[in-house]
Each structure stands twice: as structure tokens, then as C-alpha cells.
Write a protein that binds this ligand. Structure first.
Ligand code: ZN
Length: 461
């Protein structure tokens, strides 16, 4: 890091706890993601405390700390709407898995039961730090290994320790012994841990097919979530049985903007109508749908857009998939364009395709809405929290800058994420994650991974 960047960082760190401290990000190409503001060349973003105060050209400096962003794109941080963060030390352990049953057997039946609270902490921390490194400032952790209160506490503490905007969505484990503290323990978790960056949701499954009726969404869990005023994230939503469940939830009044349906592959037209009519949100998982082969395996972007639903995007499981949002955006764009063209191939019809601005919208604004945080994050809008990326547009793979959104969606990757601010605090600077001792972390991750593999082998034998 050169000395002037080090000096700026020192100033930012020293003023970090001052709620009136102002930061002026100067001379960036600003991709606001806000439909009212669009993209601005050579513009400034003024931050005050944790929030965005103003965006415009040649804003007055006043007493602000100036961050020179010449040659950089300022963009909203990405929002991950569903990731099972505790699995991160099992990354790429089954890279060619192509069957949901094989994933469930190995990961949820084999490894999950031997996780200690410490392993929950390490996996969740590793996932969150990797997310920040790749520009994901908000992550919904679908923590479906809440075996004891201590397991949940460890996962929540990991989110807090990394400084990510975390959404802890707790679910009981699918298999093995547990304390049956869920979902009641969510009350304690929320009271004990809610802060400026952490929010809570209830997590569950669409049907009882994988793990029995206790984990399936229905009147009991909906009542619990409503009493707590938390949203609900429903995983494994696909096919005929989930479609029937969706229609039943509609009849029971259990759908709405506070409910997120994850995957949503192979759903019937009736189910999509119910989703749209009730304003229910949808989290697509473009790489896991396609690779693990969930129902039709086709990310349902056409189905969603056809009824006016704009989905969020999610990473899902790192045991088989990549960890970043760039991959999700590119995979979704390619698959949707392939479908659009394939649908009209050999006819004289014209296909409607989504573009880079759509997938960026899904990865930011719609992700925030899906996680119940649309007023907090997802775009560079005055009044929202300063969850902001500086992406270099002068690197070997991003220069020259011709189209800022095209550069973010198709050109950039984690190495180009120069700076990450979350709630106005610097988490990555000059291409380096702050406060991360990589060697120490690697040792912890490896030791935890070794424990899980050894203990699981003993159980499975
Ligand atoms: Zn999932």
C-alpha cells in the first residue's frame, strides 16, 4: 500500500466511531443502482457517520476525509440472499455433486451432526470474510445447523466479528441430536444480539420431504415469525409438492413480502401467480439450481419476470459452488439468454433478454428487498447505509472503462474490489481485507476441517 493510501486509512480508522465524521469519495464513476439517479461520471459520494449523505458532482469538501477514487467505480455492495455459511470449511469437498440426495447425505447427515459451536464459528467467519473480500456487504446466513443455543450464538458472533451486514436465519438441523431450542430460542437470539448490522429471520423448508414436518413452513412457524416480527426464508422450494404448498400458504394467508422462497425451480404457473399476488420475495440460486439439478435445474428468472417478480440472488453451498456474486450474475445472464434464444430458435419470433443492469439490480437492490432491508442497503441513495464498493477500472482486466455496469457485471472479480465500506466502516482497503491474519485464520480453518472430517468418519464407520 502506498503511503498516501495508508495515511487516508489511518484517518478513516481514527475517526471510525465518530457519528458525525464525514468521508468524501471523490471523482468516482458512481453506479448508484438507484433508478432515480442512474450512473454518474466523475462524481462524489459524501458519507456522514454510517450513512450516505449526498451524491453529486464537485460536492464541497468541508471537514470531510477525502478518498481519491479516480479510476474507480463506486457501486453498492452486493447482497447475498441465502448461503449456508457454516459449511465453508468444507469448501469444494464435493465439486462434482449432481444430485440433491448426495449433497444431503454427505453434508447434512454426515458432517453437520459433528459440528461443535467452534466449527460453526469458523465456517461462518470464513464465509463472511470471503463475501466481504468479493464485495458482498450483506449476507443472509441460512444457518441450518442450530443444534444448541451455543451453536447459534457462535454463528451470530462470527457474523458480528467480521463486520458484515449479517442476517442470521436460524433453522434446526435436518438430522442428528439437538436441543429442540429452535424456534423458541430465536427470541433470545434477537434480544441478545440485534445491533446496527445484525438482523434475524426464521429459516425453514418448503415441505417435510427432506427432514420431516417440524421444519416445514406452515401456520405454526408463520405465527412464531409474526410474533417476533421477523421475516421467513424458506429453502428447498421446487417442483409440484412445493407448488401445492405455496397455494396452501396463500389460502392460509401465510405469504407476503416478509416471506422469501428460495430456488423456486419447476414451480407451476399457479404457484407463480400466488407469489406475485402476495408480493412474496424470491431468492434464485443460479449455480446450485443448475449444478445440483434442483427440479428443472433452470434458474426461474423468466417465470419470475413474467409475473413481475424481480428476484434476489444467492450463493447457497460452498461445498460445491463458487463463493462470489460475480459468478451468480454471469451464470444467470448466460442461462437466461440461452433460454430466450433457444425458445425462439427456428421461429421468426424475437426473444426478450435481460441485460447487465438487470442482474446487477438483482444482486443489489432486489437482494436487499428480499432480505427485508430495502430501506437500509442495496443502492447508493442518500439516507441509506454506506455499504459501498470501490472497484478499480484501471486493472489489466477492467481497463479501459467503456461501460461501468458492464465492467462490474462482466469484467470485474474479487481482485478488483479495492475498497469495501459497510455502514461507513472500512473492511477492505487497497485490495486487502483489514484485521484478518490470514495465516492464523488458515490454521483455525484447517484444524476445524480436520476435526469435522475425523469425527464424521468415526460416526459413519
Ligand atoms: Zn439452501
Amino acid at each position: 500500500m502506498n503511503s498516501s493510501r495508508q495515511d487516508t486509512l489511518d484517518l478513516l480508522r481514527r475517526a471510525e466511531d465518530d457519528p458525525r465524521r464525514r468521508i468524501l469519495i471523490r471523482d468516482a464513476t458512481v453506479v448508484t443502482g438507484d433508478p432515480g439517479s442512474g450512473t454518474l461520471d466523475r462524481a462524489d459520494v459524501l458519507l456522514e457517520g454510517s450513512t450516505i449523505a449526498a451524491i453529486g458532482r464537485a460536492l464541497p469538501v468541508g471537514d470531510a476525509i477525502v478518498v481519491n477514487a479516480t479510476g474507480m467505480i463506486a457501486a453498492p455492495g452486493f447482497v447475498d440472499t441465502h448461503r449456508h455459511a457454516w459449511e465453508a470449511q468444507l469448501r469444494r469437498i464435493m465439486p462434482d455433486v449432481d444430485d440433491l440426495g448426495a449433497y444431503v447425505t454427505k453434508t447434512l447427515l454426515g458432517y453437520a451432526p459433528v459440528y461443535r459451536p467452534h466449527d460453526m464459528y469458523i465456517g461462518t467467519k470464513l464465509a463472511a470474510l470471503t463475501a466481504i473480500d468479493a464485495g458482498i456487504t450483506t449476507m443472509l446466513d441460512f444457518s441450518h445447523n442450530s443444534r444448541t443455543a451455543a451453536h447459534s450464538d457462535a454463528a451470530v458472533r462470527a457474523l458480528r466479528d467480521t463486520g458484515i451486514r449479517g442476517v442470521h436465519a436460524a433453522m434446526a438441523p435436518h438430522f442428528g441430536t439437538w436441543d429442540h431450542q429452535w424456534p423458541a430460542d430465536l427470541t433470545r437470539l434477537r434480544e441478545q444480539h440485534t445491533d446496527d448490522l445484525l438482523t434475524f429471520r426464521l429459516a425453514c423448508l418448503a415441505t417435510g420431504e427432506i427432514a420431516g414436518p417440524d421444519l416445514a413452513y406452515g401456520p405454526r412457524l408463520a405465527r412464531h415469525a409474526r410474533e417476533l416480527s421477523v421475516g421467513v426464508s424458506v429453502d428447498a422450494v421446487f417442483g409440484e409438492s412445493s407448488s401445492r404448498a405455496i397455494l396452501e400458504w396463500e389460502r392460509q394467508g401465510l405469504l407476503g413480502p416478509e416471506v422469501t422462497l428460495i430456488h423456486a425451480t419447476g414451480l407451476t404457473a399457479d404457484a407463480w401467480r400466488a407469489i406475485a399476488d402476495t408480493g412474496t420475495t424470491v431468492a434464485l440460486a443460479p449455480t446450485s439450481d443448475a449444478q445440483i439439478g434442483l427440479e428443472t435445474a433452470v434458474p426461474a428468472v423468466d417465470e419470475a419476470l413474467a409475473v413481475g417478480v424481480r428476484p434476489g440472488l444467492s450463493i447457497d453451498v460452498e461445498v460445491a459452488l463458487s463463493s462470489d456474486m460475480f459468478t451468480q450474475m454471469r451464470v444467470l445472464l448466460a442461462i437466461q439468454r440461452m433460454r430466450a434464444v433457444e425458445g425462439v430458435h427456428g421461429t421468426d419470433r424475437v426473444s426478450t433478454r435481460i441485460g447487465v443492469a438487470d442482474v446487477l439490480d438483482f444482486a443489489t437492490v432486489q437482494g436487499a428487498r428480499t432480505n427485508g432491508l430495502e430501506r437500509i442497503t442495496g443502492s447508493l441513495t442518500p439516507g441509506k447505509q454506506a455499504d459501498l464498493l470501490l472497484i478499480t477500472a484501471e486493472a489489466i482486466n477492467t481497463m479501459p472503462l467503456n461501460d461501468p455496469i458492464g465492467t462490474v457485471v462482466l469484467g470485474a472479480d474479487a481482485r478488483n474490489v479495492d475498497t469495501v465500506l459497510i455502514g461507513g466502516r472500512v473492511r477492505k482497503w487497497a485490495g486487502e481485507l483489514l484485521e484478518v491474519d490470514l495465516a492464523a485464520l488458515r490454521e483455525e480453518v484447517t484444524a476445524s476441517r480436520d476435526h469435522v472430517l475425523t469425527a464424521a468418519q468415526a460416526v459413519l464407520r
